[in-house]
Design a protein. Structure first.
Length: 315
């Protein structure tokens, strides 16, 4: 049994990770400031004697005794990270410094949830880990993109300078139950709009592409990366290489919900990538990992979750 810290543990991905770690028999310390995470996401875990929930902001130091750290704390949707962009950058950068400092004191292995946003609006397709990206450093998305890029820099400098055991995963679009209903991300937007019978807002011409990974597949990738030997640091892309246009996704949601909602086109936001698809060759070779849940299955399970929220009046 290990004592494992998960920052952002009450968030969408973090709560699923906490569940998996508990199922493996570990003690889990879930830390969250509830900016985007919710107690609801981990309510079913509160009675587990191996689970502890702590309200804390990672921009401040944390002094706890742990063996491993998963650093997931940071708002990840444009609506949330653009609301307070300075705080978003602080969460990525100060949060990384504080968690790396904790890992250094404890000699703990530490995992960083980075993002495909480090590639910006890519000029190569699909994106490999060797690609350095095409990022606007002064745009509306920069607080998140550049914050995550700086966090990666810090992780590798701590690894080189202090011999810290690090793991860095670059997460591509992930979806599933416990997404925030108002996070502005395309899957939650389309599903909630379709279930409510509202107009589905499709930005641009709908031909921009994304690759959607179901959350259970992603968490499996996390665990496999964390269990590799110390010589494996990453970064490693984790995502589903299946590529879909936004128009295809909207049509899939309409089909699975049976909604009569109409599609309405709106202007494309600034710096919104036209293409986003991971090359997961390294994940396959090193982790023996690739996604197993197809889009229709994952979207069906996500629809069921949001349908329940709407019936309870939460969304």
């Amino acid at each position: 049994m290990k004592r494992i810290l998960v920052t952002g543990g009450a968030g969408f991905i973090g709560s699923h990770l906490c569940e998996r770690l508990l199922a493996q028999g570990h003690e889990v310390l879930c830390v969250d400031n509830f900016y985007t995470g919710t107690r609801r996401n981990v309510s079913r875990l509160l009675d587990d004697q191996n689970f502890e929930l702590m309200r804390h902001d990672v921009t401040f130091p944390l002094f706890v005794e742990v063996d491993e750290i998963y650093n997931l704390a940071c708002p990840a949707s444009p609506i949330h990270y653009q609301f307070d962009p300075v705080q978003t950058t602080k969460t990525s950068v100060h949060g990384a410094i504080n968690m790396l400092g904790l890992a250094k004191r404890r000699r703990a292995k530490i995992f960083q949830s980075s993002t495909s946003e480090v590639y910006g609006d890519p000029t190569i397709h699909p994106q490999t880990e060797e690609y350095w990206g095409n990022v606007n450093p002064i745009g509306f998305r920069s607080c998140y993109d550049e914050g995550k890029r700086c966090a990666e820099t810090l992780f590798f400098d701590y690894h080189r300078q202090h011999k810290l055991r690090i793991k860095v995963a670059r997460i591509f679009n992930t979806y599933g139950p416990r997404m925030h209903p108002n996070d502005g991300r395309v899957v939650s937007n389309f599903v909630v709009q379709a279930l409510k019978g509202e107009v589905i807002t499709l930005y641009g011409d709908g031909q921009q592409t994304r690759s959607f990974c179901f959350v259970d597949d992603l968490v499996e990738g996390f665990l496999r990366l964390m269990d590799t030997g110390d010589e494996i640091t990453g970064p490693i892309n984790l995502g589903n290489p299946g590529e879909f246009t936004m128009k295809q996704l909207a049509e899939t949601v309409l089909e699975l919900t049976g909604s009569k909602s109409k599609i309405e086109h709106r202007p494309l936001p600034q710096d919104d990538p036209r293409q986003r698809q991971p090359d997961i060759s390294k994940a396959k070779a090193i982790l023996d990992w690739e996604p197993t849940i197809q889009l229709k299955e994952g979207v069906t399970r996500t629809i069921a979750y949001f349908d329940e929220l709407l019936k309870e009046g939460v969304a």
